[in-house]
Design a binder for this molecule. Structure first.
Ligand SMILES: C[S@@+](CC[C@H](N)C(=O)[O-])C[C@H]1O[C@@H](n2cnc3c(N)ncnc32)[C@H](O)[C@@H]1O
Length: 198
């Protein structure tokens, strides 16, 4: 029987490889990456939804994208976006070292400009730039774009949603008013918002 996600042993080993490669660089470059528990949760959502196509907005040096790829397994593909060229360079270098480079494509630019160009049918979207885009209306705009990008039954995961920052409030309000079956705010890290599209 074929499967598109890793067994727990495979995932455990991949997680250890990711931590060994990324943790020193996250500390050295002071990257505001998600924590390991949030990363494992992201991988679990990817595996639980049998995701094959994931979109990540706000990739930095590629830590969370590596976990998305690990959760999906070898048949999964991550489309990643970040506007910082130096972080993008480090992300690509680390993905190559981790053997994940052929499973992640990084676009350098503004997520609000690029997201509509990626089309539809994503199984999972991870939003991790709400601190940076700041404004309520930008969060709302991003929510509409993400809603279009997801397939029915697809999962939105967004970080920084527990602190009432304007972009997070905008994103949550727009999602709550839209075509989503469930929404949930998990008290993990800065608050992880999860919504499943109808
Ligand atoms: C919190 S970090 C991402 C951390 C990453 N998800 C992880 O856990 O390893 C946010 C990233 O979003 C990027 N960013 C900020 N505004 C952006 C925008 N409008 N479009 C694309 N990337 C953006 C920043 O360059 C930064 O690297």
């Amino acid at each position: 029987m074929s499967t598109n996600y890793a067994t727990s042993n495979e995932f455990q080993q991949e997680s250890e490889r990711i931590e060994a490669l990324w943790r020193p660089e996250i500390a050295r470059l002071r990257i505001p990456s998600i924590g390991q528990s949030e990363a494992a949760l992201l991988a679990t959502f990817a595996a639980a939804s049998s995701a094959r196509r994931a979109l990540e907005l706000g990739t930095a040096i590629g830590y969370s994208a590596a976990y998305l790829a690990a959760g999906m397994g070898p048949s999964g593909q991550v489309t990643a976006v970040d506007l910082n060229p130096e972080r993008a360079r480090v992300a690509r270098m680390l993905w190559t070292q981790a053997g994940l480079a052929d499973r992640i494509t990084l676009y350098e630019g503004d997520a609000l400009q690029l997201t509509p160009s990626f089309g539809t049918g994503f199984d999972l979207v991870f939003v991790d730039l709400l601190w940076e885009i700041r404004e309520n209306e930008s969060g709302r705009q991003l929510a509409r774009q993400v809603a279009s990008a997801l397939r029915p039954g697809g999962v939105l995961v967004a970080d920084n949603c527990g602190q009432q920052i304007p972009a997070a409030e905008g994103l949550k309000a727009e999602i709550a008013a839209g075509s989503f079956r469930t929404t949930l705010l998990l008290p993990l890290g800065d608050g992880i918002f999860v919504a499943v599209k109808q």
